[in-house]
Ligand binder design. Structure first.
Ligand SMILES: C[S@@+](CC[C@H](N)C(=O)[O-])C[C@H]1O[C@@H](n2cnc3c(N)ncnc32)[C@H](O)[C@@H]1O
Length: 270
């Protein structure tokens, strides 16, 4: 019910409701407790209901364990939101490393630019692209977006809960662009909702070729992809499958899974 209400609101409406709902908590926090400077007020954090710090740290630890990221790595965080993944990297990367985050909405990017001034090797960029959950005002499509980065520029590309809000042609374009900007041997660490034929797909009742939607009116609300399709597409682009981790979205109890969403790690061969 709440979820349905959430999707009925416009992106701006959701932002206003969130700001008002958390206002007492954020005011209290501001006056009584000094919160960490890289953690946004709860009312501004539009990237999901979980604990901003714990989730960011959990993903950082898993990225650290599974990819060969080092403190001098050059990292691209696509759909960086309001810095949930940037924050643990800010405490880890040295000055020889570099972090670039981009997003289609400027709200979180503006907050990050203001709050990461102490980190000169951290860059936050806004590219307005259309998305019916996040950005209704843009005209340009992510399916034609050419990343403004050089070939082989990054040692790691991260997408947390981004492909889960993108349409098929957009995902295919991004996988191609990511391949181009990755160094040979480097990894793309991305979360998805990946389906296989015998899965319980009650979260995604509307089925199309190779993907299913959670909500027909807001198509980007949540999108699940056929796992075979994503693996085949990645292989055709040139990636090597490296590792995958099932999320707990199918079982609906947390068990030992890393996250609610599935995680797929692809490698650009050396
Ligand atoms: C659920 S939030 C996750 C944000 C961030 N990755 C995190 O984990 O905190 C999804 C983000 O993806 C961004 N997004 C959606 N479509 C995108 C696209 N085509 N390119 C870049 N970012 C996109 C949204 O604007 C939003 O900030």
């Amino acid at each position: 019910m709440l979820r349905r209400l959430y999707f009925i609101l416009s992106p701006l409406g959701r932002r206003i409701v969130r700001r008002i709902y958390y206002l007492p908590f954020d005011c209290f926090n501001r006056v009584v407790r000094k919160s960490e400077s890289l953690i946004p007020p709860k009312g501004m954090s539009y990237v999901g209901s979980g604990n901003f710090k714990l989730l960011g740290d959990k993903f950082f630890n898993h990225i650290f364990e599974t990819t060969k990221v080092s403190e001098n790595s050059k990292i691209l965080d696509i759909g960086c939101g309001i810095g949930r993944i940037a924050r643990p990297f800010a405490y880890y990367l040295t000055k020889s490393g570099k972090y670039v985050g981009f997003d289609i909405i400027d709200y979180g990017i503006r907050w990050c630019k203001k709050n990461y001034k102490k980190y000169p090797n951290f860059y936050f960029e806004h590219y307005p692209l259309k998305n019916d959950l996040y950005n209704l005002s843009a005209n340009k499509s992510a399916s034609e977006f050419v990343f403004p980065y050089s070939n082989n520029e990054f040692d790691l590309v991260v997408l947390i809960s981004v492909f889960t809000h993108m349409q098929k042609q957009e995902v295919v374009n991004y996988l191609n662009q990511i391949y181009r900007v990755l160094q040979p041997g480097a990894y793309c660490y991305a979360t998805f909702f990946l389906t296989e034929s015998n899965d319980n797909q009650s979260l995604f009742p509307y089925n199309f070729e190779n993907y299913s939607l959670h909500n027909l009116k807001v198509k980007n609300a949540n999108v699940a992809y056929d796992k075979g399709f994503i693996l085949k597409t990645s292989e055709e682009i040139g990636y090597k499958f490296y590792q995958s981790f099932d999320g707990w979205w199918k079982t609906e109890h947390k068990a030992d899974n890393v996250d609610f969403q599935d995680i797929l790690i692809l490698q650009k061969p050396k």
